[in-house]
Design a protein around this ligand. Structure first.
Ligand code: NAG
Ligand code: NAG
Ligand code: NAG
Ligand code: NAG
Ligand code: NAG
Ligand code: NAG
Length: 359
């Protein structure tokens, strides 16, 4: 009996040890625990749920090869998505994650995506995750908040001291983790709500450089949004907003439809060279008097790999607890891959019709 108890206790030891060592790391590194939330760079997957892989027949509207769970496993800590109004179905909510239009690429409901992130957060208790939603069809806070609630992820949501004023000091990662408020949620844009105060209006708290870039030499640190900053880096800095650095390229546009530039992703997300992520992070840090961009969002995050430049910006040398994915582009196993041409054609025809009928 005693022996059995002893054996059981001994069997527990490795678990206790691994838990103890895991708890010393925040967002994959012990060195980040005592950093304020805004004083590190969070790697973001731009359009996180919009996939270019077998699941979407390698849709050219896809921005990532691997889904949001795999992104989080690999160290991504900011996930962005667009929320569109779609028709109610028996499957659930009418708020869907679609790229530009639901006829182009529909990745399912907001609720189901939030549930997958919640499950990941349940299993990874020392990680602070940020979600940024583009509110494409002007959903109200109650529309979005109800999805946060039904997915269960709202239990992790951080509530800012004020929904209209930037805090003097953002909490450290450790205090967010200790308080169980490890989910930061921003929406572009949202009218603050007392029922869902965790839905923070993006441009109240952040500024962004221009996202619309087609060449490596196009990248800039100048604030493009909110426009009230008058394109002034001084005004952005003194406003106290956090900097979200867009860092991805589009292919030349066809009928106004932007497709992520897959071929450039390796060098765009690289550490050195003109237009690389590493170069932009250090350039923009200098422009803002030594303050690192709080967020950077990239397409095809595994290329580069983007994580290496972000680790460097954060001074992280020995990250723990990541499951990395191959750096290469994902390609269809056979043939050229469907190019989503059916729906692209539909949109092109719609545009042509709209022009012809003058609406
Ligand atoms: C932010 O990080 C920098 C670089 O690690 C450090 O010098 C600075 O003191 C930090 N600021 C705060 C408020 O922690
Ligand atoms: C994400 O991708 C992984 C690997 O392909 C898969 O095992 C997992 O089920 C996917 N998760 C979701 C929520 O789709
Ligand atoms: C919603 O349903 C209507 C009528 O069936 C259809 O015309 C429209 O395209 C649908 N919208 C979406 C976003 O699915
Ligand atoms: C953590 O919770 C305590 C008690 O509710 C609160 O005073 C403190 O401000 C919280 N810290 C953060 C970082 O939210
Ligand atoms: C931006 O410019 C406008 C018009 O010149 C001015 O009223 C406003 O105060 C400026 N914004 C900031 C943040 O300085
Ligand atoms: C900011 O830059 C944009 C794009 O170059 C321009 O259209 C806009 O007029 C500029 N705004 C101000 C206040 O200078």
């Amino acid at each position: 009996m005693f022996l059995q108890t002893l054996l059981q206790a001994a069997a527990l030891l490795p678990i206790l040890y691994s838990t103890a060592s895991a708890q010393t790391a925040c967002n994959n590194s012990p060195s980040l625990c005592n950093k304020p939330y805004n004083n590190i760079t969070h790697l973001g997957a731009h359009d996180s749920p919009f996939l270019r892989n077998e699941q979407t027949s390698f849709s050219t509207s896809g921005n990532q090869y691997y889904n949001s769970t795999v992104q989080l496993d690999a160290g991504v800590r900011l996930l962005t998505a667009q929320v569109h109004k779609a028709n109610e179905t028996s499957a659930g909510s009418q708020w869907h994650l679609c790229h530009t239009s639901c006829s182009l690429l529909d990745m399912g409901t907001l609720e189901s995506w939030l549930s997958s992130i919640k499950s990941w957060m349940d299993k990874n208790p020392n990680d602070v995750v940020t979600i940024l939603l583009v509110n494409s069809d002007n959903a109200a806070a109650s529309d979005l908040g109800s999805q946060f609630k039904s997915s269960g992820i709202d239990k992790y949501a951080y509530v800012p001291p004020s929904t209209t004023t930037i805090p003097q000091n953002w909490p450290t990662l450790q205090s967010l983790i200790s308080n169980g408020t490890r989910l930061m949620t921003f929406v572009a844009s949202i009218t603050p709500s007392t029922t869902y105060p965790y839905l923070m209006d993006e441009f109240t708290f952040m500024f962004e450089n221009d996202f619309n870039n087609e060449k490596p030499t196009d990248f800039s640190c100048v604030p493009a949004r909110p426009t009230t900053l008058n394109n002034s880096t001084d005004q952005a800095l003194s406003s106290g907003r956090m900097f979200l650095m867009n860092h991805f390229l589009y292919d030349a546009q066809l009928f106004g439809i932007q497709t992520p530039n897959e071929n450039a992703a390796g060098s765009t997300n690289g550490q050195t060279g003109v237009g690389s992520l590493g170069t932009s992070l250090s350039t923009c840090t200098s422009v803002y008097n030594g303050r690192v961009p709080t967020f950077t969002i990239v397409d095809f995050f595994n290329r580069g790999p983007a994580m290496a430049s972000v680790d460097k910006a954060n001074g992280v040398t020995n990250p723990v607890g990541r499951i990395s994915v191959p750096e290469e582009a994902l390609k269809p196993k056979t043939g050229g891959g469907k190019k989503n041409s059916g729906s692209l054609l539909a949109v092109v025809l719609a545009v042509v019709a709209a022009v012809a009928f003058g609406c």
